[in-house]
Design a protein around this ligand. Sequence first.
Ligand code: CTP
Length: 391
Amino acid sequence: SQLSKDIYKLLIEIGTIADSQGVKIYLIGGIVRDFILNRANEDIDLVIEGDGIAFANLLSERLGGQVKSHEKFGTATWKTTENVKIDIVTCRTEYYDAPAALPNVRASNIREDLRRRDFTINAMALQINKSHFGTLLDFFQGQDDIEQKNIRILHTLSFIEDPTRIIRAVRFALRFHYQLTEQTFTLAIDAVAMLKQVSAKRLLREFELLVKEGSIIEAIKMLDEIGVWTTLLGHSPTEEEIIKVNAILNEIQDPFFLFLTFAYHQKDWKRKVKFFALTARQNQIIQQLEILDEHQKEQLTTIGSIHQQFYNYTEETIFIYTVLTKNEMLHTYLAKRKNVKALLSGRDLIDRGIKPGPVFSNILHQLTCLQLDDQIKTKGEAITWLETNFK
Ligand code: CTP
């Protein structure tokens, strides 16, 4: 009843095709958990005790649609003619050459496949072969943990093998209002140092999902109890930093700002934050914040003079700086800059005999500075100013 009729019918068809090949096939992961929780989810992940890629190709032969496969991981995505995306993987065991590294994989059976997963609530499978349609496999007491509202890892090395699961644990705990079991919490603390081995890209992907989930203040505090911030940035965030980051993330949902905000008042903030700056835009923000810091010392006195310096800085950078430093002047500047309207156009300048060229933007820029300082308020005043100064 939680699936649309079309998807339900499709699953039955897939199960029947798997029967014709003599392979077992299961729905897996979040969708099974969400069936039990009665939550909407149509993110269809299938695992098959057989060749996932070959099976995806067979589905597209029989039912149409397209297949994209990743030979290295034995996974395929089949896009049906109705544009439904279905991920199909070969049951696999993962083994790690080194902690926190990406895993090696080998084909295995459903039990082994479930065993490699993160938490008991995510390690259940629902068979869809016709004769067993809807049979739930729950080897690790996932249902019990749902009932008791537990986030529990499946084996003691889980966080060591994949430290990003520490962040996932917090995400699921907050989403469902569950708690980490005592052992899971302790093992998270024991493994937290391993987060240092994880690339910025993987960390940010995980933090991005966390930020999207909402409840960011609680998430920050939970991560702090585990020691995530001390590990990644060398200290716990203060209450004030948490308020600041919340204000920033409410406007811009980018996890990079977690690291920027928590590091910013530290001595070597730039070095720490650079590790997390993956885009040109993020690097530019770091650079511009540094320059803003320099100018802060010079005490810019008028809104117009601030505009002289920072007219080409994005609103985003100025907003972030304003939140980080609580700089009143820049706060006012930003509000005024957003609302300032051009009083003169290029046409007005041409009509007064000024030849088009770089001088145009110079004049209009000066005018904006004067408007921001409330020295010019109307078009009439602007024209008088123009005629007096640029004959
Ligand atoms: N998984 C895992 N370890 C990870 C990431 C994923 O074991 N670090 C497994 C879990 O079994 C999870 C499944 O892969 O259920 C699919 O991952 P993902 O789509 O990230 O998780 P969902 O549980 O579907 O989460 P969501 O509800 O947020 O989509």
